[in-house]
Design a protein around this ligand. Structure first.
Ligand SMILES: [Zn+2]
Length: 420
């Protein structure tokens, strides 16, 4: 009557797909095209500046990784799409254009390690997605009166126990997303003891011990249904030492005595164990998920591969990565040093190792030795001249022992720092 046109097919609502059907990847395809066009336009616009790797690092962290944030805080983006988005970033990082192929010197998830563990601190999108969804998991676990809790409860967990909820029959995509994140984030939740007397000593998570948060001792002295309040002296409001020694092994007693008994008249509360405040934050959630992957080969439903984020800090002397990032030099110099320590330099030797050439040609400058990083930066007469002009004794290097190579490189950095 009023001639109001009804829009039958919303493509997007507030920038998000209102319906996510079976073709999930197609629903989020615009994320990929936006990322590609944003990177391309920045490359075109800032060509001069972006020649520096430091600029690329900032662009990736501040612009590219922020594009999917909104969608990721509501939906679990298909892991195949996350991988494709990361491939676009990886191509951009290793090459100057998103369309050309460059040498990818390492797997992207290794570049996503924290800077002090030998990576560059880029975000793993799969983990970041779960960390963002974790915010919703946290709210649902804390506020059982919210509208979203009541709506989800009526459909998926009528008992009211959100953390134990199952996926259920024909679940909505939003619930699938929250449910997947719940299964991961709940691993970092534990109890803070209050006065509700509902925390079971043996089954519940209340010991601040990674990654189990549970008692190790088998129940003998105290019954299986014993609650934590039984081992608290109500008068002194402190742990009951005598009962502790009768009921638990020494390792458990040590952990229990470290738990501060604040206000034991407050309700029992569920806290996030990976933030000193006890509250969940996306940042702490992200670090938790990355650590969980590296410790437990975590398998997350919906993710195709289970990888261990192996920390490379074991192969370098302690603190060495930190030394690079603390250097007061332009960021491109720090990034170049990182590449050198990682042996990501396109020397003939490295190209041969990657089977891009058949044999290792001798140095094009002096022709005396096969060209590798140690020769270019240490043994070559040209390098020696540079060292002597800088009044630094040229290091003797052997690439056979990477640890020694790291150590020597670090001594260069130290010398460089003195010169700066
Ligand atoms: Zn040479």
């Amino acid at each position: 009557m009023m001639d109001v046109r009804i829009e039958g097919n919303f493509e997007k609502y507030l920038g998000l797909p209102p319906m996510v059907g079976r073709a999930k990847k197609r629903s989020f395809a615009n994320l990929k095209s936006r990322l590609e066009s944003r990177l391309e336009s920045r490359i075109e616009g800032w060509k001069e500046k972006l020649l520096s790797t430091g600029g690329k690092e900032i662009l990736l962290k501040s612009v590219a990784q922020a594009i999917p944030t909104f969608a990721m805080s509501v939906f679990r983006i298909p892991s195949t799409l996350c991988n494709e988005l990361e491939q676009i970033m990886a191509r951009f990082w290793w090459q100057s254009s998103t369309k050309s192929k460059g040498i990818h010197w390492s797997k992207w998830h290794e570049v996503c390690l924290p800077k002090n563990d030998g990576g560059l601190g880029f975000k793993s999108l799969n983990s970041f997605n779960l960390a963002l969804l974790g915010k919703q998991v946290w709210r649902l676990s804390q506020n059982q009166n919210s509208l979203s809790f009541l709506v989800l409860r009526s459909r998926y967990f009528p008992s009211g126990n959100f953390l134990e909820a199952r996926l259920g029959f024909s679940p909505s995509y939003i619930w699938q997303s929250i449910w997947q994140a719940k299964n991961v984030i709940s691993k970092g939740l534990m109890w803070r003891v209050g006065n509700e007397r509902r925390i079971n000593i043996w089954h519940d998570k209340w010991i601040p011990r990674r990654w189990e948060f549970k008692i190790f001792t088998q129940p003998k002295f105290l019954p299986k249904e014993a609650i934590v309040n039984l081992i608290i002296n109500p008068t002194s409001k402190s742990w009951d030492n005598e009962t502790l020694h009768q009921a638990f092994d020494i390792a458990d007693i040590k952990e229990i005595l470290c738990i501060p008994l604040g206000d034991i008249n407050a309700p029992d509360t569920r806290i996030w164990a990976f933030n000193p405040s006890g509250s969940y934050s996306v940042r702490s959630g992200y670090h938790f998920i990355q650590q969980l992957r590296s410790h437990t080969s975590l398998h997350i439903p919906g993710e195709q591969t289970t990888y261990r984020t192996v920390s490379s800090s074991t192969s370098t002397p302690h603190g060495s990565w930190k030394n690079i990032w603390n250097l007061q030099v332009p960021s491109k110099v720090r990034l170049f040093t990182w590449r050198l320590l990682k042996n990501f330099i396109p020397s003939f030797s490295n190209l041969c190792n990657r089977r891009m050439i058949d044999c290792i040609p001798h140095c094009l400058i002096c022709g005396k030795e096969p060209e590798n990083s140690a020769h270019i930066f240490g043994n070559c007469p040209i390098a020696a001249t540079v060292w002597s002009l800088a009044h630094i004794a040229p290091p003797t290097l052997s690439l056979g022992n990477m640890e020694e190579f790291h150590w020597v490189s670090l001594s260069w950095i130290e010398t460089g720092r003195k010169l700066v």
